[in-house]
Ligand binder design. Sequence first.
Ligand code: SF4
Length: 369
Amino acid sequence: MTTLLPVRAVPAPANGAPRARRLPSTGAITDAFSRPMRDLRISVTDRCNFRCVYCMPKTVFGRDYAFLEHDELLSFDEITRLAGVAVAHGVHKLRLTGGEPLLRRGIEGLIERLAALRTPDGEPVEIAMTTNGSALAVKAEALRAAGLARVTVSLDSLDDAVFQSMNDVRFPVDRVLAGLRAAHDAGLGPIKVNMVVKRGLNDHEVLPMARHFKDSPFTLRFIEYMDVGTSNGWRLDEVVPSAEIVELIGAEMPLEPIGATAPGETAARWRYVDGGGEIGVISSVTNAFCGSCNRARISTEGKLFTCLFASEGHDLRALLRGGVDDDGLAAAMASIWGARDDRYSEVRATLTPELRAARPKPEMSYLGG
Ligand code: SF4
């Protein structure tokens, strides 16, 4: 059994280039708050076939929007190399995101490569995906065969008029539900369903969604509407606090809290007292969870972001295409993560609306959830 020793990186020199300090080939990387890097989210495309109003509004992502060119995207080889280095240094879970990851051609081939990775202890790495479910009914079997373990599907309403006003491309609910069934039949579980709740838009759908997914193989999670990126016009009064959602559901279908299953879990879990399954609430606004946040993100064109709300990323693609070897990549990751002190959700409330608005933030569609 390899002993994973915490590795403290040497701070990066003033010119920002990571100090070429050789790291042991394995060893957990921790940040300024001793949070390990355990969960790596990889955005494989900045494109999406939906235009969800809280993520990719048409007013910004219209016909003339300049998406990244293909050669700007990380190739599957590059993604696999970065993931391999991260796994050697403590990452246990890889999540493929986007945009809509199923739009990336040949994604099954990437999953096969990632599924072949092993932790220093020889354990397989868990490969998960966050998708809008639009192509799941067609692709579920192939994704499972390639090595995908599980999916999280976004669904913000069961009411077609509401859902279509939110995805803004008239995509029908029943095709997402068909995708969910196909994912379940293919064994891509446990399957979570994420609902972003925005007051005045779909908060009246909380109970119908809870009733629908209770006693089903799917775990419904309610996400507080967040100020991700700079294009969704976020307002605090449009956030429905998770406590309000739990109270609303619990009044009709009694709930009790249950503990987290793993460190760094984003959702607080509640189960139905009558055994009808569980729900989750993700409370980035009213109950921040930065203290145990172990999530790193790689953007579509290869920048490492240490927080969903970080203002800028660190260009690993330049290192990859500059001929840097895996030890050099590891040193760069360790240097970047080692200096990490992000806890935006904890400080959000202390920022004035002006300060919040002035802070450049990557779009969710570019960085992935
Ligand atoms: S705000 Fe940043 S540090 Fe906090 S939980 Fe989210 S990603 Fe992690």
